[in-house]
Write a protein that binds this ligand. Structure first.
Ligand SMILES: C[S@@+](CC[C@H](N)C(=O)[O-])C[C@H]1O[C@@H](n2cnc3c(N)ncnc32)[C@H](O)[C@@H]1O
Length: 263
């Protein structure tokens, strides 16, 4: 990777922390840490930690020296380390965690399982690094058909940009079927103890800002012509209207699943 590419990635990771963490992910981190039962004295791992919001919430309870975050993207980890240098941050793939067996009481994975090529394999890895009887807890977005704001938004984008666009955006919702999610955990040899829906909120300053956040930061952006992008921005105002406040800000419900299992 050239240093120029890395600087771009670093800027994107800083933007992720500044924009998406408060707008979407901070709320989920609180819920995930609570549902996982993170407690003082536990050793906690955050897999695909990004800029580290779930690890930071866990550190508030378990203490920073007991918490480790792993991510495949070095730029994300640089931002994580800038914010909390006292937490351990490791570069690594969820498919082959750079950690010994049975080293953690709780393993968290927030809003990332759907991106892994082999989610059951990654869950098996999470089980491997968890102690016997330890907890593995994940948060994933729910099914697209259960999303009152994102569903119509993605359909509208697909109408303007074609089916390929739909398939690019569909990865986010790929683990959202509760039966499939439980099967993945079972395949990984984990015993599911709880699964529930949580409805979070994605907050944006405007419908335009929603499009910038949800489209410009994805590979879809490169595939849209300027005309298609203009249509998407116009369409977003209409489909997000039920979630738009008088001041123009958007609060879009995000249905997700929180699943907790034991090794
Ligand atoms: C939507 S972000 C979620 C980050 C963080 N958990 C949060 O809630 O803010 C998805 C993260 O998954 C990471 N990721 C994707 N594939 C990965 C893999 N195979 N191993 C480790 N991390 C991965 C990305 O680098 C990114 O930081």
């Amino acid at each position: 990777m050239t240093s120029e590419t890395f600087q771009l990635e670093l800027a994107a990771a800083e933007a992720y922390e500044e924009r998406f963490v408060p707008a979407i992910f901070a709320e989920w981190a609180q819920v995930l840490v609570t549902e996982a039962g993170v407690a003082p004295g536990q050793r906690v791992l955050d897999v695909a930690c990004g800029t580290g919001i779930a690890a930071r919430r866990a550190a508030e309870i378990a203490g920073a020296p007991a918490v480790t975050g792993v991510d495949i993207n070095d730029a994300m980890l640089k931002v994580a380390a800038r914010i909390r240098p006292d937490i351990t941050w490791l570069l690594g793939d969820a498919a082959a965690l750079p950690l010994p067996d049975a080293d953690f009481d709780t393993v968290l994975c927030q809003m990332a399982l759907m991106f892994f090529p082999d989610p059951a394999g990654a869950l098996r890895e999470m089980g491997r690094v968890a102690s016997v009887g330890g907890t593995i807890a994940a948060a994933v977005p729910g099914r697209l058909e259960d999303q009152p704001a994102y569903g119509p938004f993605v359909e509208m984008v697909a109408r303007h940009a074609g089916a390929e666009a739909m398939s690019l955006l569909s990865v986010y919702w790929a683990c959202g079927d509760p039966e499939r999610l439980q099967r993945l955990f079972a395949e990984a040899g984990l015993t599911v103890t709880a699964i529930r829906t949580h409805v979070g909120t994605a907050r944006y300053a405007s419908a335009d800002d929603f499009v910038v956040g949800e489209v410009e930061s994805t590979p879809l952006m490169d595939r849209l012509t300027p005309e298609q992008y203009a249509q998407v921005r116009l369409g977003a105002k209409a489909v997000l209207q039920p979630f738009t406040d008088r001041d123009g800000s958007v609060a879009a419900p995000l249905h997700g699943l929180i699943i907790v299992a034991r090794r």
